[in-house]
Design a binder for this molecule. Structure first.
Ligand SMILES: Nc1ncnc2c1ncn2[C@@H]1O[C@H](COP(=O)(O)OP(=O)(O)OP(=O)(O)O)[C@@H](O)[C@H]1O
Ligand SMILES: [Mg+2]
Length: 280
């Protein structure tokens, strides 16, 4: 099975701006990958290349084995652009109908109903886009991307306008998609969200990958803290594996233990370090 998305030495230059400088990225079948990076890092450029909207100046990208931009590649993906706007006079149902026509989907009414249900807009199917909140429009945007049952979803900041409840709706939706084997590349600035939902995280800055791994791998260990009757004892170089031994030693020395904490850096700290914005 080819990867849902694979880029090799992917490069893009806009005039003198190097938006991507040789990016190697893979999204496996059914994998949920978060793409993080500061403004201007090249996230949207990478997604637009995968969609076929932008041509790379170096390297290549494939979608489910087909060259990005080809009909086969486009048929395998769903895309939600960063700054999108649907016609204000269309109802939610009409927006999906339009995209069914564009995507050549024959899912009909049943597909539209299922997608509106998935994004929590079933009760608003007749509502005009102009009368929808930003969050509703964003959820409609996600439904639109799912028309035609794509193998991979490319979502460019799909939750930027959502309130916490809307984000949770999208998070559950992403989990459901994963259960169905749909791959997702999620561009986001919301680290906590990416941490909660993604199998793997890739951090890019200045057009290059600077860190990649599972959220757990990227939240590095940062010592063990043990609360004893005598006060807090800190072991900054210890890892989780050291904890039982440290506790045994303290108990043998007559200490009373109240709590043991293995400290980890948050994904946020790792991110800020990777993009060179940490305070140290
Ligand atoms: N059409 C374009 N013409 C010229 N430069 C562009 C174009 N599109 C993007 N760029 C530049 O390429 C770089 C990467 O932009 P891109 O939009 O991919 O970043 P991003 O990571 O998506 O940022 P953000 O988080 O702000 O959405 C930036 O320096 C941007 O100014
Ligand atoms: Mg962007």
């Amino acid at each position: 099975m080819p990867a849902a998305l694979q880029t090799r030495a992917l490069a893009k230059r806009y005039g003198t701006i190097e938006a991507l400088r040789g990016v190697e990225l893979e999204v496996g079948e059914g994998e949920l990958v978060g793409l993080l990076g500061p403004n201007g890092a090249g996230k949207s450029t990478l997604v637009k290349i995968a969609v076929g909207l932008v041509h790379p100046t170096g390297g290549d990208a494939t979608v489910c084995g087909a060259p990005a931009g080809s009909a086969a590649a486009r048929a395998s993906l769903g895309y939600l652009a960063e700054l999108f706007r649907f016609p204000g006079w269309y109802s939610a149902d009409e927006v999906l109908l339009l995209h069914q026509r564009l995507a050549g989907s024959n899912g009909g009414e049943a597909e539209r109903t299922e997608l509106l249900r998935l994004v929590g807009l079933l009760d608003a199917r007749g509502r005009k886009v102009d009368a929808m909140s930003k969050g509703m429009q964003q959820r409609l945007g996600i439904a639109q991307a799912l028309v035609g049952s794509p193998r991979i979803l490319l979502l460019d900041e799909p939750t930027s306008a959502l309130d916490p409840a809307g984000r949770r709706t999208v998070r559950r939706l992403l989990e459901e998609l994963r259960a169905r084997g749909v791959a997702v590349l999620l561009n986001s600035h919301l680290l906590s969200e990416v941490e909660l939902v993604c199998d793997r995280v890739v951090i890019i800055t200045g057009g290059s990958v600077v860190a990649a791994g599972t959220p757990a791998e990227l939240s590095r260990a940062r010592g063990v803290e043990i609360e004893t009757a005598a006060g807090l004892r800190e072991f900054p170089d210890a890892t989780r594996d050291d904890a039982p031994h440290l506790v045994a030693e303290l108990v043998a020395a007559g200490e009373r233990i109240y709590e043991v904490r293995v400290r980890r850096t948050s994904l946020e700290e790792t991110y800020l370090h990777a993009v060179g914005e940490d305070a140290t």
